[in-house]
Design a protein around this ligand. Structure first.
Ligand code: FAD
Length: 288
């Protein structure tokens, strides 16, 4: 199934993102995450690729195949063109097809100084059209409610996003954000610019002050006053921060769904307990 086919029904799409186990951890450690996620039946699960710009390896493909064939949940494999040239892409697509994985999130990725970037594609839009031209894949792409860090302004960011959709991206998944008004304004700008594909809102529950500061500095998301207060008050109290962070994410999601968002993409950080708690708290909300 192509993921764009999930949208447009009454129900809000709910998807989860996982990352491959760290370098020295066995691939089997992903089973615990997937076993926990399967009970909440996300509409699809996406698997990140070479985060930090590392080189092509088989792990993303292996995990996507596992999700698709053993857990019987549609999988979306991420793929970055800083790590993959045309030959790598051709090989990965052939492998994914053989494994029955039909959906790819086509990304540029970020350059890691430890690995020279591949140069066959400059922007994600070029990867999108390359994949669309080669075989029958559903192709999704990333978007940035507060603008991509390298963009000089929001206008050019939206212009380039439109190019990515015109190149063949059929569905967009957003970077994490903490202020829904940023997302609703972004959505309006997209629709005015003629971007009509489904756009999922990326939500990351705040569970640790340190990791959220790191994420925010990496992706440029802003912290609204409400969240800054939570971090100041509960930052040194892990259990309290976890409760407050989950409550904040649930509040964000219920407001987004009330506002008619196409879908929610939960950055699970491979923590199925938190994902379950959040999914359980919005199960009726999702169906309205
Ligand atoms: P692009 O769409 O190519 O955009 C990059 C920049 O170039 C933007 O500023 C854009 O405005 C600009 N641009 C685009 N086209 C043009 C043009 N023609 N002329 C001039 N400027 C242009 N990273 C990983 O390494 N692995 C992952 O698995 C991963 N998963 C992600 C999942 C999601 C949902 C998101 C939002 C991000 C993910 N990332 C991942 C991070 C992503 O790779 C980085 O944000 C990267 O910097 C940009 O990738 P992109 O595909 O959005 O790039």
């Amino acid at each position: 199934m192509k993921l764009y086919e999930l949208f447009g029904k009454r129900k809000t799409v709910f998807s989860c993102e996982v990352f491959p186990p760290k370098k020295n951890d066995p691939i089997d450690s992903i089973y615990k995450t997937l076993d926990g996620l399967k009970d909440i039946r996300p509409d699809f699960i996406s698997v990140t690729f070479g985060a930090g710009g590392s080189q092509v390896n088989q792990t993303t493909r292996d995990i996507a195949a596992l999700i698709e064939n053993q857990y019987h949940i549609p999988a979306m494999a991420h793929l970055t063109c800083v790590a993959a040239g045309k030959e790598d892409v051709d090989r990965l697509l052939a492998d994914l097809k053989a494994d029955g994985v039909e959906n790819v999130l086509a990304l540029r990725g970020d350059v890691n100084p430890d690995y020279p970037p591949k140069t066959d594609f400059k922007y994600a839009s070029e990867l999108v059209s390359y994949i669309r031209a080669r075989g029958d894949f559903g192709v999704s792409a990333a978007c940035y409610p507060e603008g991509h860090l390298e963009s000089p302004d929001l206008v050019s960011d939206i212009r380039h996003l439109k190019e990515k959709v015109d190149a063949g991206a059929q569905h967009l998944v957003s970077q994490l954000f903490f202020d829904n008004e940023d997302f609703f304004r972004f959505l309006e700008r997209c629709r005015i610019a003629g971007i009509s594909v489904p756009i999922e809102a990326g939500i990351m529950p705040v569970l640790s002050a340190r990791s959220i500061q790191r994420m925010v500095s990496m992706c440029g998301a802003s912290l609204p006053a409400k969240l800054t207060r939570i971090l100041a008050r509960y930052g040194d109290h892990p259990d309290a921060l976890r409760e407050a962070g989950i409550a904040y994410a649930i509040d964000q999601i219920s407001d987004l769904i009330a506002g008619g968002v196409d879908g929610i993409h939960l950055y699970t950080m491979n923590n199925p307990d938190v994902a379950r708690q959040i999914a359980g708290s919005i199960s009726s909300i999702r169906k309205v």
